[in-house]
Design a protein around this ligand. Structure first.
Ligand code: SAM
Length: 270
């Protein structure tokens, strides 16, 4: 469970290792949701993300979508199945190989392409109606790389396009869950960065306002193994009745946030 032990070769190495171990199994959640957690826990995360993103994932046949940091294609395949023309990029070649395999099995190869690229140097040669990035920026720790990633995503957004980001972004910076591959930056620091990158906020909503998971996680490694599973089951069960009905509306209490952005000044021009 310790990301530090996987980080020696850099963050790509960390994601490659996760993908190598977990990407092909089941829904691929172990490769992209919380590392080392039981399936029920990752399924609950998947559910709260789907509910939070639902208003923003309406696509039509041919809508051009960029899934930035696509992992094994959790969102790419969903949107391609709805008719979108999807490009997924990820810096992990193993994640991308697995995304291609899943697209082939789902019969969606014709509507998806997957490229190995780093977000900080993103260049797909196209512009997109929807640029989606789910829990990726929270893993880019270096501020210069984070700014470059946002600028590159903005550069790939069509003039009236929508950029949708789901990231750990609590009300204030909270370091207790930070690790060698994760940063919970304050929501306000993301908002400043968006403005610097020529992006304007159109909507902001929450994902997971129940605090129980983030209370438990820093203490989890010290618990005996049997108790660990019971504690995870208890916080998952306690979180669902809060996160499912209130996730989107309680943004002030939410650990993650959904940011919906467009090019600055475009809204008034429409
Ligand atoms: C938590 S996973 C999320 C994957 C996918 N967005 C999803 O929700 O299923 C984070 C993904 O971001 C990718 N990633 C992290 N930093 C990246 C970077 N600088 N450039 C491209 N991909 C990156 C990782 O390889 C990993 O697949």
């Amino acid at each position: 469970m310790d990301p530090q032990s996987l980080i020696a070769g850099g963050t790509v190495h960390y994601w490659e290792e996760r993908a190598r171990r977990f990407a092909a199994s089941g829904a691929g959640l172990a490769a992209v949701c919380s590392f080392g957690m039981p399936l029920f826990y990752n399924r609950a995360i998947d559910l709260s993300q789907r509910l939070a993103l639902r208003p923003w994932l309406g696509v039509q046949r041919g809508t051009r979508v960029l899934d930035a940091g696509c992992g094994v294609g959790r969102w790419s395949l969903l949107l391609a199945a709805r008719g979108a023309a999807v490009t997924g990029i990820d810096h992990s070649a193993i994640m991308i190989a697995e995304a291609r395999r899943r697209a082939r099995i789902a019969g969606l190869r014709g509507s998806c392409r997957f490229l190995v690229q780093d977000l900080a140097a993103l260049d797909t040669g196209d512009r997109y109606d929807l640029v989606l990035s789910v829990t990726v920026l929270q893993h880019i720790l270096e501020t210069g790389a984070l700014r470059a990633a946002l600028r590159r995503m903005a550069a790939h957004l069509a003039a009236d396009g929508r950029l949708v980001l789901l990231e750990a972004a609590p009300d204030r910076a909270i370091s207790r869950c930070d690790s060698a591959i994760f940063r919970a930056r304050a929501r306000s620091s993301y908002l400043r960065l968006f403005a610097e990158c020529g992006l304007e906020l159109h909507a902001l909503s929450g994902v997971d306002p129940a605090p129980f998971r983030t209370w438990l996680l820093p203490h989890l490694p010290r618990l005996p193994r049997g108790l660990r599973l019971a504690a995870l089951a208890a916080v998952t069960a306690a979180s669902l009745p809060v996160d499912v009905p209130f996730g989107r509306s309680l943004v002030g209490r939410s650990w993650h946030a959904v940011f919906v952005l467009g090019h600055a000044g475009r809204r008034n021009a429409q």
